[in-house]
Each structure stands twice: as C-alpha cells, then as structure tokens.
Design a protein around this ligand. Structure first.
Ligand code: O2Y
Ligand code: MN
Length: 655
C-alpha cells in the first residue's frame, strides 16, 4: 500500500473510530431513553440480522452483564482497523514498526497462562466428567463442579460484569466455514484484545452467521471481570490489561453447550474456540457423534518419490509440536507441510478413511525457544499481521525472547515483558515471559499445506504419540495393533513444561496429551477410542510413539529438529508396509540400520537410543498400574488393563 493510501486509511479509521467512541460513551444514555429496560445500544452491526437463537443469546446475556454497548462483529477489514485503533488508544497494544502490522500486548503479570485449578466441567452426574479415583487420592483428569455450585459461582460473577464496557459478539467457525467437519460458536466478550485474537485464530464474522442460519452453536461467554463503575475507578488496571485473577473461573457446561469464562484475558482462558471448545466441549461432541477431537498437530510428509502422507501427532503442551508441524527436513528429498500445530478434529469417512481438519486458523505459539534454528518457518510466519503477548521489545521496534538467537546490535536496547528498560540477561530475569506467545495467521506459514482448508479434511495414515522422556524410552516404536496404540496413548508421560501452572522438571502423566483438556470421563474416552476396532469399515491407522529427548551422560542422544525427518521416513516406510521393524517388549522397533543416518553430521549412539533397561520398564509398568488404579479405577477399560499385563509379561520375559 502506498504512503498516501495508508494515510487516508488512517484518517478515515480515526474519523470512524472517534464517531464510534462518542457513540459508545453516550450509548447507555440513548438506549435507556428508547427502552427503559435496555441500557445498551447496538454500536456496530444489526441485531435484527442475527438468527433468532443468537439474538436471544446476546440479549439474555446483555441483560445479565449490563454492557454499555454491543458490537456485532462482521470480520471486515474496517472493523479490524477500528479494533486495533481502540486497543492502541487504550494502551493494551502498541505497534512494532520493525514489522508489518505487528503488535505487542503486555498483560497484568498475574494473568499469564491457562489456569487449570480454576477450570471446571459441570455435569449433573459427576462420573460423566471424572473417573472414579481411589479414595483419598485427588483426581488429575478434569475438575468437576456440581450444577448448583456452578450456578452460584457464575451468579456471583457475571451480573453487571460488563458495566462501562462494550460487549462484542463474535460469530466464529472452528474449521473451514461450511465444512461438514466444522462447528460454529458465538462468543460474547468485553475484551477487544480477545476479538482481535479470535480474528486470527478462527474464521470470524458475518460469513459464519450466513452459514449458521438457525442452526446449533456453542454458546461462549467471556468477561475480563472488571466493570468500569464509579466504585472501580480508583482500582489500578496494570498494563491496561483488565482482569480479575482472584475470581477467575473457566467453566464448561456441556449439557447446555455452554462455556463461561471470567476474570482472565489470556490465551486458553479467553480465546474460547481453542482449548475450551475445540478440545473440552469438542471431545464430548466427538464421542456423541463418533469422531475424535484431539490435542494433535497435523502434518503432510512427502518422500523423495513424491508420495505424500499425512500424520497426526499428540505431544503435551509446549513439547515442540509447533516445531515438528513446521519442520525443515534434513533428509534429502523429503518435504514437510503444515496443516495445524495444536488441534485435530478427525473422523472416519464413508470409505473408512480417517480424515482430519485443523479447526483453527492461526497459531498461538510459545515464543521463547523459537528461532531461525529451531523453527525457521514460524519465524517467517510471524513477520507480519501478528499479535505478540508478553515478549520483550527492542528499541528498533522489534521483539525479543530467550532462545531467539539473534544478536542485537550494540545500539539497540531491550525492554523486558515487565517493562524493565535496558534489560540485560545479567539481571537474572528473563526478557520474555516463558509462556509468552505469538498469535499469527496459519495462512502465512511458508509451508502451509495446499489442502489445509480442505472441507473434507486430509487423510491420516499414522498417529504419533510423544513426550519428553529423559530415560528408558526409545527414539521410536510402533504399536502392535490399534488396541496397543490406545494403550500407548493412555500411558503417555512427559517432563512437565511451563505452559500451565506446573513448573520444574518432573515426568508427569499426560494421557493422549489431553490431561488438561478432557471434556469427559477419561475411562469413557478410552472406550470411545477402543470402539473403532469393533467397526470393520474403519481403516485403523498405525500408531507410533516417539521420544526426541532421551539423555545420555553428555546430554541429548538424538539431535532432534530437522533430523527428526529420519524418524518420519521410517514411519512412512512402515505405513507403506516395509519390513523394517522387529518385535521388542514395548512394540515394533527399527531393524538395525533401518533408520537412515546418511549425512548426519554428528555421531549418534543408536544402541543407547534403543536400549530397553529391564529395571526401568519394570518400574514403568508398576507405576502405570498404580496410576490407572488411583486415577481411573473402575472406569479403566479391561482391554487397557490387559495391555498393561501383556507389557509386564514381555518386560519380565524378554528383557
Ligand atoms: O497458556 C495459555 O493460555 C496458552 S496454552 C496453549 C496455547 C497454544 C497451544 N497449546 C497450548 C497448550 O497449553 O497446550
Ligand atoms: Mn496445545
């Protein structure tokens, strides 16, 4: 765009915004003159054009939350300009002139991550949500709340919570608009930052309303929980980031297809399409309707012969999913393409082929550790149209974080995410928050797959589980069959990361990488996965387990990153039926020499990488048995218990 055009656009946005903001200021006054019951005005959009159920949802919640004004999002460019103008005026975001249309938000330091301890699922029957845990043991697979307690909790928070603010109505589609695999949600929020981010992470606006007609949608209500009233005017809003961490709650009401989130403006707590809808409510819908909603990346892999396959892979949070999804293979002739980096919705089609869509339209990736070395494709993706949150900024208008590996020139200074000027690592505190993020359109990824928006989804030929396992677990192994594959998912563990509240380096259970995201009883979830082997029409994909993180005496045994293409090559060949595996106690492992190590620059000790220590695996079996007994109890499917027994026997007799 030429400079003159840009100036004209800015002037017209400013004029429009100033008119809009004047209207917003006097909206409550006007509206109550028209209708004494109604204290808000429709600032933007036409409520009469909304399908009746959507309109009812908006009006009922406007009555409760009492916003000053309502804005119905259309997803237009004009609206986007307006929102960014307002966010900038309010000091919530500031431009990053080094890049094109990039912005930085720094949150209240008390609102920086998903809050698992305040995330609940409410159902009439407790055991619809959580498994029967052993007496005296705290369950870790979802938090249940009774409908009565939930009602009390919500009633204490939402009435009047949007006073002095605008309620935005966001119609959004998870998945390509109109795809038979997609679902629609309507989010009401009083955060313009959330609207801007949902505009990146989902397909949002009028086109969704046109597709919805009078159909079903997931009702999503979100408030930062900081009304602007005369009583609240003395309270300090840190970093122009209103939130209410003491009262935060992220509530799922699957029996009413509803999500209600209060008190946090951050990530998974507030962008309700992501973890709340696409995983927690999604997994419930998936069970009801016979499909899968999973915490999985989706990638295309093309071999040197030009054959292409798609894989879905589940890794616990911040375990390198985005890096794998956008990998640059080092193995000559291989090509990787990205369909999604976090969530897969998968369904067997009428021919029995498993097909997957990425329900999202953007990446909400962890910034620290992302660099031209670890993920050059992510670095290229975020150069424009990106909202950064809680990263550090540089005096030349750029961003900075730990592990970016960019040496800054001497004349460039850094301001940390906490606003410390002239930040230097010698100060002992990180420049960027460890859970700082980039929110960027998937369409900008240089290796985005040409089928990434295909309405019927891409065919999935293999499912890969993986975690950070410093000890005992080989680089790659393959499940004997589907049932064993489901067991591998159930037994998934990983060293904990900084994405949630758990900190430090402890190997924790994270079954199917879904521990924070199960929408219903994990035992029933396992039954659901197992049920597909009863359907002869379903072509069940092979299941694999990978571990890039095994350590020896001098650090990691495997170089990882682009070199992981050597493991993908083996998986590819196994899916093609190549005889390159041998049976082991834990599953099929590569025949000696069958992992292509040609051209690898460093020495890799394959014996150590594939060693299966008997004492380790005996401990593993014992610990898994304890975990299943304590956390899943009577809900554990007998077939999973059998798989554990079979593993125990193999470990005792074969190792
Ligand atoms: O902390 C948050 O709110 C973000 S969590 C997140 C974001 C993107 C992808 N995955 C995750 C996760 O925790 O799995
Ligand atoms: Mn995730």
């Amino acid at each position: 765009m030429g400079v003159d055009n840009k100036t004209t656009l800015l002037q017209s946005t400013e004029m429009f915004a100033s008119h809009y903001l004047k209207e917003a200021a006097s909206s409550a006054k006007y509206a109550s003159k028209i209708d004494p019951q109604r204290r808000y005005d429709i600032l933007y959009g036409n409520i009469n054009r909304l399908p009746s159920r959507v309109r009812y949802f908006v009006e009922e919640n406007a009555k409760v939350c009492q916003p000053d004004a309502v804005h119905i999002c259309d997803g237009s460019e004009k609206e986007r300009e307006l929102l960014y103008y307002i966010l900038q005026r309010d000091g919530t975001i500031r431009p990053l002139p080094k890049y094109e249309n990039c912005w930085l938000a720094n949150t209240d330091p008390a609102d920086v991550a998903r809050v698992e301890s305040r995330t609940f699922i409410s159902t009439h029957e407790k055991y619809d949500t959580v498994p029967h845990t052993k007496e005296g043991v705290k369950g870790t697979l979802a938090n249940w709340m009774s409908p009565e307690d939930m009602e009390t909790a919500l009633d204490a928070r939402f009435p009047g919570c949007m006073k002095g603010r605008t309620m935005y109505v966001i119609p959004f589609s998870m998945g390509p608009v109109g795809s038979p695999l997609s679902k629609i949600g309507i989010q009401l929020t009083d955060s313009a930052y959330v609207v801007a981010s949902m505009g990146v992470m989902t397909r949002m606006g009028s086109k969704v309303i046109d597709t919805l007609k009078d159909g079903e949608f997931i009702k999503c209500l979100h408030s930062v929980g900081r009304p602007i009233t005369s009583a609240s005017s003395a309270e300090v809003v840190k970093n122009s980031w209103p939130c209410n961490p003491k009262e935060t709650i992220v509530a799922h009401l699957p029996e009413r297809n509803e999500i209600c989130s209060f008190g946090s403006g951050y990530g998974g707590n507030s962008l309700l399409g992501k973890k709340c809808f696409a995983l927690r409510i999604g997994s419930i819908l998936a069970r009801r309707e016979g499909w899968f909603a999973e915490h999985m990346l989706i990638m295309g892999v093309e071999n040197p012969k030009g054959e292409k396959k798609y894989f879905a892979a589940a890794f616990p949070s911040a375990c390198g999913k985005t890096n794998l999804a956008m990998m640059e293979p080092t193995l000559p002739g291989y090509k990787v393409t990205c369909v999604g980096d976090d969530i897969a919705w998968m369904r067997f089609d009428k021919n029995g082929q498993l097909r997957a869509i990425n329900p999202e339209a953007g990446f909400f990736g962890v910034a620290p550790g992302t660099s031209m070395k670890t993920n050059p494709n992510a670095m290229r993706t975020i150069e424009k149209n990106t909202i950064f949150t809680n990263v550090a900024s540089t005096s030349d208008g750029g961003v900075y974080w730990e592990g970016m590996e960019e040496e800054l020139p001497d004349n460039v200074s850094t301001t940390s995410w906490l606003g410390v000027h002239d930040w230097h690592k010698s100060m002992g505190k990180p420049a960027a928050h460890p859970n700082s993020r980039f929110c960027t359109p998937a369409s900008q990824c240089p290796i985005i797959d040409d089928q990434w928006e295909s309405p019927e989804g891409v065919p999935i030929e293999g499912i890969i589980f993986g975690g950070r396992r410093p000890e005992g677990v080989p680089l790659i192994y393959e499940a004997f069959d589907w049932q064993h594959g489901v067991f591998l998912g159930a037994a998934l563990k990983s060293e904990a990361t900084a994405a949630a509240e758990h900190k430090g380096k402890v190997v924790m259970h994270d079954p199917f990488a879904m521990r924070p995201f199960f929408g219903y009883n994990f035992g029933h979830y396992l039954d659901h996965w197992l049920s597909f082997q009863e359907n002869p029409k379903c072509k069940l994909p092979k299941v694999f387990h990978v571990n890039w993180f095994r350590k020896g005496s001098s650090g990691f045994l495997w170089p990882g990153f682009g070199e992981n293409s050597r493991v993908l090559d083996w998986i590819f060949r196994r899916v093609n039926g190549e005889d390159c595996a041998v049976k082991s106690a834990v599953g099929y492992i590569p025949k000696e020499g069958s992992i292509d190590l040609s051209g690898l620059k460093e020495d890799v000790n394959m014996n150590e990488l594939f060693n299966l220590p008997k004492d380790f695996w005996q401990m593993e079996v014992k610990e898994l048995g304890k975990y299943f007994e304590e956390q899943v109890g009577e809900d554990l499917p007998p077939k999973i218990q059998q798989e554990l027994k079979k593993l125990e026997q193999r470990v005792n007799t074969e190792l």
